[in-house]
Design a protein around this ligand. Structure first.
Ligand SMILES: [Zn+2]
Length: 506
């Protein structure tokens, strides 16, 4: 009787531990980190040094193995069986949030989910009322997404804080650290980006709650369906006071080819490019494809084709001439290099046997330097109008969206560069990965927005970029090397360590 009860209890424990492992996903050798040297054996200072050495030796299990394992796990939390998709307030987004929350708690953080679905994990450190360091990225994805966009920033932040907690240093941190997994950055469901970070930064429009998705469900209804209040007050209430925040740091995949071309795992962002979005509409005369002679046509399609080619030529010329930017620098996106894209085009009525009456297309113009972007857009407008005039086509150009360049904080960027440099050299020692060249951590401008763009309205921001294979993103082909995930974790860990009291920093 007694024996069978023990047996049942044993079986129950095995089942519980198995479940825990399924949820939290410990790699097998993570246990080595818990094997901290005994305190009673030495003085406080010596003990700390021993713990330091021990954690350093075992850091890879948290910063690489566990992080890789968690990215795999999170990459499987999807609303579709066939591909990865997690949109704002979807069932998979909710499951992902719960999983991230478990991992934050495992790193010793106090956790909660706010009224916009953002997942927070906070540790107060030595001074709970000091302005907090926020570290974050987004947990939503595009449709048929890769597993690293957004997720890498969340997982490596949790890993770095967990490593600090394991070494007993987290409680000595001079200010609160808060990791935030933002609920929406991609804007797939409501075509409105930064629902998560925008709420924290206080940049969301009050009308946002009435914005509808493709099925006619409003943001408010989506929130209320999952028992969030979904009221204006509940959203306004989420805004952080600038005095309560020290700064914001984000780790993100580069989503471009620069780091790979340089053979380097990490880069630091100096600015997020400004952006102008144009909608060009060209109107001519629709007609029968067989009966209207060529000389008598007012066909907006060739006009659009000519304009699109001219836009490309203009942007190549300007990006190479403005500020004496060389072709190589332009490739590296330095010196305000300009990129212009026509990604969307439509013709009306859009039939193979009809000369179109109207052609519309979009132009996306981005540059690190606002004056370069302005110059390009101004020239573009002149060129497009001239083409239309020559072809007797009527032309309108609308500026649909305009965002100025956001500079990353200079001091924060310098500190992140130091941390990323330390991480790169540490990695070359730990993993035997040779550093490709002297410029171990390049400075790159970001052509994509990221949550840092919204957070810059609240506080100073800094971004670390991580190399991704082929620069491919927003695709299941998106890939980050295990050692680069390690490098990202090491860089954040070193960034946090540098802020510790001198007696504690390694
Ligand atoms: Zn992203």
């Amino acid at each position: 009787m007694e024996f069978s009860r023990v047996l049942i209890q044993f079986a129950l424990w095995v089942a519980i531990l198995h479940q825990l492992n399924q949820v939290i996903g410990f790699p097998l050798h993570a246990a080595a980190l818990d094997d901290i040297p005994a305190y009673s054996d030495s003085t406080d200072r010596e003990w700390r040094l021993q713990v330091d050495a021990h954690v350093k030796e075992n850091l890879a299990s948290i910063l690489r193995d566990e992080a890789v394992n968690r990215l795999d796990k999170l990459g499987k939390v999807s609303d579709s069986q066939e591909f990865l998709q997690r949109t704002f307030m979807s069932p998979a987004a909710l499951r992902a949030g719960q999983l991230i929350r478990t991992w934050m708690a495992d790193a010793g953080l106090f956790t909660w989910i706010d009224d916009m679905g953002n997942v927070h994990g906070r540790f107060d450190g030595m001074n709970s009322s000091a302005p907090a360091l926020l570290i974050g990225s987004h947990m939503d994805t595009v449709i048929d997404a890769g597993r690293y966009d957004g997720a890498l920033g969340i997982i490596s932040a949790i890993a770095a804080v967990k490593a600090l907690q394991k070494s007993g240093k987290l409680r000595e941190y001079p200010r609160p650290i808060e990791i935030i997994a933002f609920s929406d950055e991609e804007g797939v469901r409501f075509q409105s980006t930064f629902l998560g970070s925008g709420a924290i930064a206080g940049t969301l429009s009050p009308n946002l709650l009435q914005v509808k998705d493709k099925r006619g469900v409003t943001v408010q209804q989506a929130l209320q369906k999952l028992s969030f209040p979904g009221t204006k007050e509940s959203i306004v209430h989420l805004k952080y006071e600038p005095e309560s925040v020290w700064g914001y740091v984000e780790v993100h995949i580069e989503q471009g080819p620069v780091l790979e071309a340089k053979g380097l795992p990490l880069g630091v962002v100096d600015a997020i490019a400004g952006q102008t979005r144009l909608r060009v509409s060209m109107k001519g005369s629709a007609g029968h494809a067989g009966t209207v002679p060529m000389a008598m046509r007012k066909d907006p399609m060739p006009a659009a084709a000519q304009a699109i080619v001219a836009i490309e030529e203009l942007c190549i010329r300007l990006s190479q001439s403005v500020g004496q930017v060389t072709a190589l620098q332009a490739t590296e996106n330095k010196g305000g290099a300009l990129v212009c894209t026509v990604g969307e085009i439509a013709s009306w009525p859009g039939a193979s046997n009809v000369i179109p009456g109207e052609v519309t297309f979009s132009v996306d113009v981005r540059a690190k330097d606002d004056s370069v972007r302005e110059l390009a857009v101004g020239n573009m407008e002149v060129i497009i109008h001239e083409i239309c005039r020559n072809r007797a086509i009527s032309c309108t150009i609308e500026r649909k969206n305009e965002a100025k360049t956001v500079d990353c904080d200079h001091e924060l960027t310098e500190r992140l560069t130091e941390s990323a440099t330390a991480a790169t050299s540490e990695l070359s020692t730990l993993a035997g990965v040779p550093t490709a060249n002297q410029e171990a951590v390049p400075t790159i401008s970001s052509g994509a927005g990221h949550d840092a763009l919204a957070m810059a309205q609240l506080t100073k921001v800094g971004i670390i970029f991580v190399r991704c294979t082929g620069g491919i993103s927003h695709s299941p082909e998106e890939h980050v090397l295990d050692d680069d995930i390690w490098a990202a974790g090491l860089a954040l860990h070193s960034f946090l360590e540098a802020d510790l009291p001198k007696s504690l920093s390694a």
